[in-house]
Design a protein around this ligand. Structure first.
Ligand code: FE2
Ligand code: FE2
Length: 148
């Protein structure tokens, strides 16, 4: 099964007007791509301990990268006085909480297909970049009046 089919790559149209943050968004999608291609059959519930360990490792790396990115992003939003900062922080926290719940499921050996985790992270994050993150772009680039 060609898992790559459902993947979306970073495109310039996703730009939030800041090179550092655009680069991080692109890297995040790359990590998701690694996740998709790491397993022979990501559609089957994970039962093999080695496979579970590999998925846990990948999910952990994605979570760490997301935390690093959210930190950078929140700092930029603060610097340009973006009024939606609290909402963004809430969404970022919710994302991390959900990823931690997946990790707990894996650690508890619950039958979970890797693709479910990958799709959740992918859909959530893609929606977030294309919607919530886009909203701070005019503030970062100075097109919006600060505090407006
Ligand atoms: Fe972001
Ligand atoms: Fe964000």
């Amino acid at each position: 099964m060609a898992l790559k089919l459902t993947l979306v790559r970073y495109e310039p149209s996703m730009s939030v007007g800041n090179e550092e943050l655009d680069g991080q968004h692109a890297r995040f999608f790359e990590l998701l791509g690694d996740f998709g291609s790491a397993l022979a059959d990501p559609y089957h519930p994970i039962t093999d301990p080695a496979e579970r360990a590999a998925v846990l490792d990948l999910v952990g790396r994605l979570r760490e990268y997301a935390l690093f990115h959210f930190g950078t992003e929140e700092r930029h939003m603060q610097e340009c006085a973006f009024p939606g900062l609290d909402e963004q922080k809430r969404a970022h926290n919710e994302f991390i909480r959900s990823v931690l719940a997946f990790e707990r499921d894996l650690e508890a050996k619950r039958p979970l297909a890797a693709v479910k985790i990958r799709d959740f992270i992918h859909d959530w994050y893609r929606g977030h970049i294309l919607d919530a993150d886009k909203k701070y772009a005019p503030f970062l680039t100075g097109q919006a009046k600060k505090g407006a």
